[in-house]
Write a protein that binds this ligand. Structure first.
Ligand code: ADP
Ligand code: MG
Length: 372
């Protein structure tokens, strides 16, 4: 026991994907190798409270990792030996827990956007996944696309509107939004996920209402050229080199206009998955290479799911978005694509933890000031 690596599975979070996280985390919790790891579940509730959950008494086969009602509240600190430690807010409630590594299994804003990663950096705790920079730029659909495009990866044309400019001059903003674009367009909040606040606009008269709604979720909104596209995803895993999985294809059911929130989470038949995607060999090779290119351009670490559109008319791929902490249930696309590419779920988790520890060791050996 003493030699086991203590892994904190951090789950829940303050985003709209809180519930997805509880499922992802249940799966990670169940499959982490107990021969090597001691697993400590720490939740973040929707108000931002960190709690240590003693799940010893709970059925390990559960589909959702719960947040226990009386779980003691904890805060992250740096211990006297420089090691990260979770301390109970109330001294009597629990004992401090020293941490070897954190595995954040949370999705969306305030989870996968560099904020939690920044906190972990300050506490000098090793953690799985991209660092502050890559997490933040990957969450911002505008900046992520700009960096991808700069690296030579095609993207769909889009315009960016800010809430401030939209409030100041709605007519000018609307004119700017549609410049050079043709119907349909997609309106999307810059920093959301799960298709929340996304609208497919098929007549220009509907643009204003779509923007009003998208601005409820973000101060920056994209108006993007709609593409008649197949949706292709690739999982990337960092090892000695960057490894791209076989691609998969998501086929939203025909009665959904696009891969909407309803299609993703409410309709059990919302989408059909083809794994591997039905691509010819050169298309498969191309999209895997593009995924690696995006991962590198955005300076990601460890893992990411990179999503593309394959234009049915031109046959070209364009980068849509990247998820640095993708869904992680055993039926989620990231682990399924890795499994189909020869990396089983349990081994994937072990590799991610080992890579995180290794990166931390390397970074700790860096000098911090002038060495003379
Ligand atoms: N430019 C586009 N052309 C066609 N479909 C789009 C476009 N942008 C988004 N979509 C549809 O909307 C879905 C959600 O958009 P996406 O940018 O992936 O946001 P999210 O982060 O919420 O998943 C996509 O999976 C796709 O079905
Ligand atoms: Mg998406």
């Amino acid at each position: 026991m003493a030699n086991k690596i203590r892994v904190v599975v951090l789950y829940g979070g303050r985003s709209g994907e809180h519930e997805v996280s509880l499922k992802s985390a249940a799966s990670v919790f169940r499959h982490l190798d107990r021969e090597r790891f001691e697993v400590i579940p720490v939740s973040i509730d929707k108000t931002g409270r960190w709690q240590w959950n003693d799940l010893a008494t709970i059925d390990p086969a559960q589909a959702v990792l719960p947040i226990l009602p009386d779980a003691p509240e904890m805060r992250l600190a740096r211990g006297p030996d420089g090691r990260g430690v979770l301390k109970p807010i109330s001294e009597s409630a629990a004992r401090p827990i020293e941490i070897d590594v954190v595995f954040p299994v949370m999705h969306g804003p305030l989870c996968e956007d560099g904020t939690v990663q920044g906190l972990l950096e300050l506490a000098e705790v090793p953690y799985v996944g991209s660092g502050v920079l890559a997490s933040a730029v990957s969450m911002d659909k505008d900046v992520a696309k700009r960096l991808a495009q700069f690296a030579g990866v095609p993207i769909a044309p889009y315009r960016v509107l800010t809430r401030k400019a939209y409030a100041q001059d709605r007519i000018a903003s609307l004119a700017k939004a549609i410049e050079g674009l043709t119907l349909p367009v997609f309106v999307k909040p810059c920093n959301m996920g799960s298709s929340v606040g996304i609208h497919k606009v098929k007549i220009w008269d509907a643009l204003g209402a779509a923007l009003d709604d998208a601005f409820r979720y973000d101060v920056k909104v994209l108006v993007e050229q709609g593409i008649d596209a197949r949706e292709i995803e690739v999982a990337v895993l960092e090892g000695e080199t960057l490894f791209a999985s076989v691609a998969s294809e998501l086929n939203p059911n025909a009665h959904h206009e696009f891969y909407s929130y309803e299609a993703k989470y409410l309709d059990p038949d919302g989408a059909r998955v083809d794994l591997p995607a039905k691509l010819d060999a050169s298309q498969m090779e191309r999209v895997r290479a593009l995924a690696v290119q995006v991962f590198a351009a955005l300076e990601c670490s460890d893992l990411a799911r990179v999503d593309f559109f394959l234009d049915r008319n031109t046959g070209d791929f364009c980068f849509n978005e990247i998820n640095t902490l993708p869904g992680f249930t055993s039926i989620s696309m990231y682990p399924k694509m890795m499994e189909a590419s020869g990396v089983p779920y349990k081994e994937l988790l072990t590799r991610l933890v080992d890579t995180a520890l290794d990166r931390h060791r390397q970074r700790q050996s860096l000098g911090r000031g002038y060495a003379g």
